[in-house]
Structure formats: structure tokens, C-alpha cells
Design a protein around this ligand. Structure first.
Ligand SMILES: *Cc1c(COP(=O)(O)O)cnc(C)c1O
Length: 428
């Protein structure tokens, strides 16, 4: 390699990074200094360092993994057009006084869920933390041993309950918990028991000699039932889809039905099966939601205005029955298999390589464990997944043995041409 005896000037390198990669000068200076300190010399090497730096920032990617709400790719994708304009986020337009950011979105979500009231926080972990802190701080929370779950990313039910200031009381056994187990715990501790917490085991399934207590059964106990349903499937009947609920949703608890069965509160994520932004929703009895809203943690856990704006769009799409058209997650989930196969065929034609194959996509975000959605994609010989990830617009595909699979269910049809171009480039 041709190595200049003296390193090129930092300033010139930074200008080069600005010209080729559009990096801010100050960032370029920093990158060039570090590259030189690391013993990198040529402009090409510094350019590579600049590319690496840029790839550490948020970038749009093409998700060809077949995992629709991919936890590492921002879960449910959601487009949002927001003008840089002030909004009435916390302003009551009637009185001219300070208003609540929760009021409008809370009413929309309550209507959507069939609840008396609702509030929004940063994510579902925050929703569970807030609900338990507000309703059970200093008292006991009954949790089935089979539902003391870890969701991933550090959400562990016993730790969240401990942080809330409540005491978790294990009920039943890992595989079988009956109503009588909860009732006995209440008999033992009396008024010290604040609530029962039922948690959906979102990311695993226990099979065999198992028994769990239903929400309807728990609702017969003298304490409120709080249910963490997890994924935010709003209605088990999926009225926003044309046909019946898809098979892959079987067994996924839904918000409306859980409330109808007697849950006092439900909590769920905004960016899983709801198909919205990262958020956590607490919906249910007005007095309990109010207690959550008044708790000091509510201020610390509140979402920003952009999240509320996005969630408002999502709630309006549900109420207006335009989910299948307007929410990318449900567009992907509902795409007919034939359409995916013909897109895969067009992709094979466009790149002049690969074969059309049937695949199995999954909803992702730890929802509906084990469920698959029939899908189609393109199989390429050889493992080119790393090369695809290294493109300027990275493509995330699946490696299956020594082949590469691009699943089209998780790809927006508007990105098919870009995907074809990406594949052509890595095969060239
Ligand atoms: C995903 C999930 C959580 C965590 O939700 P986040 O929105 O990621 O904080 C909590 N509980 C259940 C049952 C979940 O499925």
C-alpha cells in the first residue's frame, strides 16, 4: 500500500469527509484525529472510518428479515409527517389555560379500547411500573409463578415490581396456578394485597400439564386485576381487516376482550401489534387511571409531543377503520401471499439471480411466540447478508445455511426497486 511519509492534514481530511460523506466538519476533524492516532494513514482509510462513524447513526434500512416488527429495527415502522409548528399539546383552546397532554389521546385510546379512561407513557415497561407504583406502592402484588417473566431488554417482572415499591407475592407454581391460590394469598394477607398482576408470557410458551387463571376468574376476587397484555392487539376480532382474524394471532390476548373480561387496567406497548410509535398505554377504570396520572412517576415517564401526535394518527386509523391501509405493520401482515410471490418473481427478474421461495415470516417484537405468517421471498446462493448490511442503505436479510433469504413480507413494496439494486450490487 502507498503510505505517505507524513499523515495528511486533519483539516484536509475533514474537508474530504464533508465532501464525500456530508459529515459535519467538527465530526470530520474528530474522526480524522482518531484515525491518525490509530495509525491509519491514507485518505481511503480515513474515509472508511468516516463511513463507520456514519453507520453508527440512525439510518433507514430495508428489513428483508421477515420479522415484521423487528425489535432491533425499531419494531413497528411508522411514517409520520409533522410540520415544525406549535400544537395545543398542553393548552386548553377553550379556556386559554394550561391543558393536559393526556386528555385528547387518552379519550381516543379509551374509545378504542372500550375503557373508561387511558393515559400514555414512554413504553409498556413504564406503564407496568407506573400502574403498580400508583396502585400498590407499599402493599402486595400477587403474580402467578408462571407469569413472573422476563421479556428481554431487561424487563423482568420481579424487578419492575420491586422498583415500584410494592412487594411481589408469588402465587401457584410455574406450570399451574389456580384461582384458589390467589384467594388463599388474599385470605392470608387481607388488606395488604393491593392487586393481582397478570402478565402475558409474550415470548415463550409452556406446553403440557399447564393451567392458568383467566382474567374473568381473577375479576371475582376482591382486588383489582391489572393485566399486562404486552403486544397491544386491540381487538381479537380484528375488525380492521377484511376477513376473519389471521391464524397467527390465535392465543394473543387482546385489549378490548381483556377489559370486557373484567380487568381493571390493561397495559400494552404502542409499537408491537398496535403498529404505532414506542409508547406504553394504561387503559381501564377511570379512578385507577387517574391514580396513575397523579403519581409523581407519571411526569418522569410521560411521552413527548411527537409520540402523542403519532399515536393520535394510529388511534384515528383504528377508529376510522383504515388500519389495513394506513399502518405499515398491518399492511405487511395483511399482504396476500400471491402478491408477495409475484413481487419475489419480479425481483428475481430484475437482478437476474435467485429463486422465488415460500418462507415463514413472524410478527416479531416478542409477540405471538411460535406463530408464523406464510410469506414469500427470494433465495440467493451464498451468504451475502454481511455485504447487504454494509451498503449505504443497509439491507437486513436472513442467512439460512449457506444461502441468503430476502423475505418480502417485511419489505415495503415501494422499496422493491432499492432492494433489487442492493442485491445486484452485492452480487456484482
Ligand atoms: C413487550 C412487553 C413488555 C415491554 O414493553 P416495552 O414497550 O418494550 O417496554 C412488557 N410486558 C409484556 C408482556 C410485553 O410483551
Amino acid at each position: 500500500m502507498d503510505q505517505p511519509s507524513r499523515p495528511p492534514s486533519v483539516d484536509r481530511l475533514a474537508h474530504g469527509l464533508a465532501a464525500t460523506l456530508g459529515l459535519p466538519h467538527a465530526a470530520g476533524v474528530d474522526i480524522a484525529r482518531r484515525a491518525i492516532a490509530d495509525g491509519w494513514r491514507t485518505e481511503a482509510e480515513v474515509l472508511a472510518a468516516g463511513r463507520q462513524w456514519r453507520r453508527g447513526l440512525l439510518l433507514p434500512v430495508i428489513n428483508a428479515s421477515g420479522v415484521l416488527a423487528h425489535t432491533n429495527l425499531g419494531r413497528a415502522p411508522l411514517g409520520l409527517d409533522l410540520a415544525a409548528t406549535p400544537t395545543n399539546l398542553e393548552f386548553d383552546l377553550e379556556t386559554g389555560e394550561r391543558g393536559s397532554r393526556q386528555r385528547g389521546i387518552g379519550a381516543l385510546l379509551a374509545a378504542l379500547c372500550g375503557a373508561e379512561s387511558a393515559i400514555v407513557v414512554n413504553n409498556n415497561a413504564a406503564a407496568v411500573l407506573l400502574a403498580v407504583a400508583a396502585l400498590a406502592g407499599g402493599r402486595q402484588v400477587l403474580v402467578s409463578r408462571g407469569e413472573s417473566v422476563e421479556i428481554g431488554g431487561g424487563f423482568r417482572v420481579p424487578e419492575v415490581v420491586a422498583q415500584s415499591g410494592a412487594a411481589l407475592v408469588d402465587v401457584g407454581t410455574t406450570n399451574r396456578t389456580r384461582l384458589a391460590d390467589y384467594a388463599a394469598a388474599i385470605d392470608r394477607a387481607g388488606a395488604a394485597v393491593a392487586l393481582t398482576l397478570k402478565v402475558h408470557p409474550s415470548n415463550y410458551r409452556v406446553e403440557g400439564f399447564v393451567e392458568a387463571t383467566t382474567v374473568a376468574e381473577l375479576a371475582t376476587l376482591p382486588v383489582p386485576v391489572v393485566v399486562d397484555v404486552g403486544s397491544g392487539l386491540i381487538d381479537a376480532n380484528c375488525p380492521w381487516l377484511d376477513g376473519p382474524p389471521p391464524a397467527w394471532l390465535a392465543g394473543e390476548p387482546a385489549v378490548r376482550q381483556t377489559l370486557a373480561a373484567g380487568a381493571a387496567l390493561v397495559t400494552f406497548s404502542g409499537d408491537k401489534l398496535l403498529g404505532g410509535p414506542q409508547a406504553g398505554i394504561v387503559a381501564g377504570r377511570a379512578d385507577l387511571v387517574e391514580a396513575c396520572a397523579r403519581h409523581p412517576l407519571a411526569r418522569a415517564l410521560r411521552p413527548g409531543g411527537h409520540v402523542i401526535a403519532a399515536l393520535q394518527q394510529v388511534a384515528l386509523a383504528y377508529l376510522g377503520r383504515s388500519v389495513a391501509r394506513d399502518l405499515p405493520f398491518w399492511r405487511m401482515a395483511g399482504a396476500p401471499l400471491d402478491a408477495l410471490r409475484s413481487r419475489a418473481g419480479a425481483l428475481v427478474d430484475a437482478v437476474g439471480a435467485g429463486t422465488v421461495v415460500d418462507t415463514e415470516a413472524i410478527p416479531g417484537a416478542g409477540s405471538a411466540p411460535g406463530a408464523v405468517i406464510p410469506s414469500a421471498g427470494v433465495r440467493l446462493d451464498g451468504d451475502v447478508t454481511t455485504a447487504l448490511r454494509r451498503l449505504d442503505r443497509p439491507v437486513v436479510a436472513r442467512r439460512i445455511q449457506q444461502a441468503t433469504m430476502a423475505d418480502l413480507r417485511s419489505v415495503d413494496p415501494a422499496d422493491d426497486a432499492a432492494l433489487a439494486e442492493a442485491i445486484r450490487r452485492v452480487l456484482a
